[in-house]
Design a protein around this ligand. Structure first.
Ligand code: PEP
Ligand code: MG
Length: 756
């Protein structure tokens, strides 16, 4: 049975046409289980009806039979969310004969729900003429198949395939729609949507023959030209984000596309009579297989370049009209799973809002959006990309809602709220030079997290007191080799100078997990528990020493550098890192005899470091809490996985207790304690962090004035009283709601919802 299942799934995956995929399913299931009929019903998300989408053995056209939720045996399967196996469906109280379908000829019935992320997407049924219960193994076969198939259906719904739009979904009269998602960056945005379609999958391209070799070859050549143009534009568009050298990786792509071998190898496959997508897949697969055989590191690292290029050329072949979108002035960028690169593709000043159907509030896309202060919603439920394209859109980044073609009343209301928000922003900008001090005189230092060049001016504009976290991996990411000591020195010195005399906390390279370098691939089954952060750099003292020496050199004569070590989970690691730090310092001091030794700190982002916080604090100058990772490790929730995004909560009582333990232990050793995870920039959490006693909060520049506003409206004493009440709450949502009401009562509601 496993072989049959695998074969069906493979066949389904080899077609991009949902109607064809469902036909394969009903045909193959009928054959494999020797049933007399098999059907698939899909839910029309607009009318909330089951629609017959494919059938083998029943006599009607797909799209014509529609059942209400809860109606008939199909409805019962959906309501109960479990398989229903009936010996004689005609005598079942829920049986409902859809006219003209011919179900009256059958008796045995098995219906299995297709469920995706707790949502029923459809039902798959099999029928038998004689009265009988289906066997257990038949039932588990269908359950397994349904679980595999539902991903394909969910994806088709997101993309809005032609089959769904024309045959399954009813046309809607109502034009305005709204969707719920997860708020990722607060603020209200108005604009026109541009949808970025999901990337093409080279591994799913089927082998197909063509009669028209000339036109296949022509369209391949055109696709390559478009991709070359696309990459050149992307490279030039990053001028404000990355320096010349960092953009060099794009030149490598162009060289590959222009190489004679790629061109002639694809041509040779097309000449054998294959269509262009298959020729491309075959050649790229062949190159990757060859690269995998070599022991040459450099060549091995080229694999990803070939994959990326193959994907881009394929997406051109699959939709020859896909050109760089014409971004309107107020672009609301929408995609299934947008990346930081897709944000960078929008010309400067045109991006108003971001909506990613997948993603979580702590993915790097969300962090980047917050750094840029762009209202963002992720993890949208039940949306279809096609319906979102080129529409008037309102993004409410407070409540995680988006409105498509909003009606007049909604538009008017949001115009009012946006106006209030702009007024509030103007008021907040007056706080720029005022201290972040509570009413009873308690000072908190407010710093920024940086990584992009564009951050610097924005950070200074909001009056940041320093950089609490500089993620050094960003300049490492966009090149095709490790930067040299000299190159790094130049980059670091620019930042130190820009902020001087304010302190700049530079974190040593923190790769692994979800952050990889194009030229230093880390392939692991469990990357978040694997070779990450300090573990990588301690295993590569060459990389670590070069980086620390570059930082120390950059600091010569300035003296505002602090060094931060990521992902420390044991004292042994810390001591080894400290030994290397001393070595780097001694080496650089040979050139600069008066060299100062910058403060050294440790990120507390692993549960082990929480329990060892006192021992760590005794050895270093400061602690900085990485609450993004700490939350994921305490709650065992992948911070980037949209399936569990609803479980990722930095206000979870378990996380708050850890935050208390860290600050108490750090203080016991007279160590300063700061926090640089995203919670530091969440106005809802400000009072809690204040009460816990954090000395410094480091956040996206776009959040700094909001946090300052909260601090300036409370006394330290009141925050401590509120914290006592919070310890009595045992649920993150309850804590969130409670803190929202506190801000609202103080007249600070404009920080947590649209309006003032
Ligand atoms: C963190 O983990 O909280 C953090 C600040 O680091 P990053 O988000 O870069 O992992
Ligand atoms: Mg981290």
């Amino acid at each position: 049975m496993l072989d049959t299942l695998r074969q069906i799934v493979q066949e389904v995956n080899s077609t991009e046409d949902l109607a064809e995929a469902l036909d394969i399913v009903v045909r193959q299931v009928s054959r494999a289980l020797e049933s007399d009929a098999c059907s698939v019903y899909l839910i029309d998300p607009h009318t909330k009806e089951y629609v017959l989408a494919a059938t083998e053995g029943l006599n009607t056209k797909v799209g014509k039979v529609r059942l209400k939720l809860g109606q008939g045996l199909i409805g019962l399967v959906g309501d109960r969310e479990e398989p229903i196996n009936v010996e004689n469906m005609l005598s079942h109280p829920n049986f409902f004969a859809s006219p003209g379908l011919g179900e009256e000829n059958f008796h045995g019935f098995l219906g299995v729900p297709m469920i995706h992320q707790r949502r029923v997407m459809g039902i798959i049924t099999i029928y038998q003429s004689e009265q009988r219960l289906f066997a257990e193994d038949e039932q588990s076969f269908l359950v397994t198949l349904a679980a595999q198939l539902v991903g394909v259906i969910a994806h088709a719904q997101v993309v809005g395939t032609e089959f769904l739009q024309k045959s399954i979904w009813k046309r809607r009269k109502k034009q305005s729609l709204n969707y719920n998602g997860i708020p990722a960056c607060s603020g209200v945005a108005f604009g026109q949507s541009i949808v970025i379609y999901p990337s093409a999958r080279l591994d799913l391209v089927p082998e197909r023959k063509t009669e028209d070799i000339d036109s296949e070859f022509k369209r391949y050549t055109e696709a390559v030209e478009i991709v070359k143009g696309e990459i050149t534009n992307l490279r030039d568009g990053l001028t404000n984000f990355l320096n010349e050298e960092n953009r060099a990786v794009f030149d490598v792509y162009i060289q590959i596309l222009e190489s004679d071998s790629l061109y002639s190898d694809v041509k040779a496959e097309i000449l054998k009579g294959f269509w262009a997508p298959w020729a491309l897949r075959k050649v790229i697969d062949g190159y990757i297989a060859e690269l995998e055989k070599t022991n040459n590191e450099y060549m091995l690292e080229r694999k990803d370049d070939f994959r990326e290029l193959g994907r881009r050329v394929l997406s051109q072949l699959q939709s020859q009209k896909r050109l760089t979108p014409n971004y309107p002035d107020n672009t609301i960028l929408i995609g299934e799973q947008l990346t930081a690169a897709s944000i960078a593709e929008v010309p400067e000043g045109k991006l108003a809002g971001v909506v990613s159907l997948e993603g979580s509030s702590n993915s790097h896309l969300s962090i980047l959006a917050r750094a840029l202060g762009i209202p963002t919603v992720v993890g949208l439920e039940g949306a279809c990309l096609k319906e979102l394209d080129n529409k008037e859109v309102i993004v409410d980044g407070y409540y995680g809602q988006i409105y498509i073609n909003p009606d007049r009343a909604v538009r008017r209301e949001f115009i009012r709220l946006k106006k209030e928000e702009d007024d509030l922003q103007a008021e907040l900008s007056e706080l720029r030079d005022l201290p972040a001090e509570t009413i009873d005189g308690h000072r908190v230092k407010l710093e920024v997290n940086t990584g992009l060049a564009a951050d610097i001016s924005q950070s200074l504009q909001v009056g940041a007191e320093g950089v609490g976290l500089y993620r050094t991996e960003i300049p490492f990411m966009a090149r095709d080799r490790f930067p040299t000591e000299n190159e790094q020195t130049i980059i670091y010195r620019q930042l130190l100078k820009a902020f001087s005399p304010r302190p700049v906390t530079m974190r040593t390279l923190d790769i692994g997990g979800d952050k990889s370098l194009p030229y230093f691939e880390i392939n692991e089954q469990n990357p978040f528990l694997g070779w990450r952060g300090i573990r990588v750099t301690l295993d590569h003292p060459d990389i670590f020493l070069v980086q620390m020496k570059a930082m120390l050199r950059a600091n010569a004569g300035l003296g505002n550098l602090r060094i931060l070590l990521p992902f420390i989970s044991s004292i042994g690691e810390l001591e080894e890192a400290m030994r290397l730090y001393r070595q780097a310092y001694d080496e650089v001091r040979e050139d600069y005899p008066d060299l100062e030794k910058p403060e050294l700190g440790v990120m507390i982002e692993v549960p082990a470091a929480v329990t060892m916080a006192e021992d760590i604090a005794r050895r270093v100058d400061f602690l900085s809490v990485g609450s993004n990772d700490l939350t994921q490790y305490i709650l065992a929730v992948d911070r980037n996985n949209s399936r569990v995004a609803n479980l990722y909560e930095s206000l979870h009582p378990a996380v708050l207790r850890a935050l208390k333990q860290i600050v108490d232990n750090g203080k016991a050793e007279r160590c300063s304690v700061s926090i640089c995870g995203e919670i530091a920039g969440d106005p809802i959490a400000t009072i809690i962090l204040l009460a816990l006693g954090y000395d410094s909060l480091s956040m996206s520049a776009s959040r700094l004035l909001q946090v300052k506003w909260v601090i300036r409206n409370f006394t330290k004493q009141r925050s401590e009283e509120l914290l006592e009440e919070i310890w009595a709450l045992d649920d993150a949502q309850e804590i969130r709601r409670y803190m929202e009401s506190v801000l609202e009562e103080e007249g600070l509601g404009g920080l947590v919802r649209a309006g003032k």
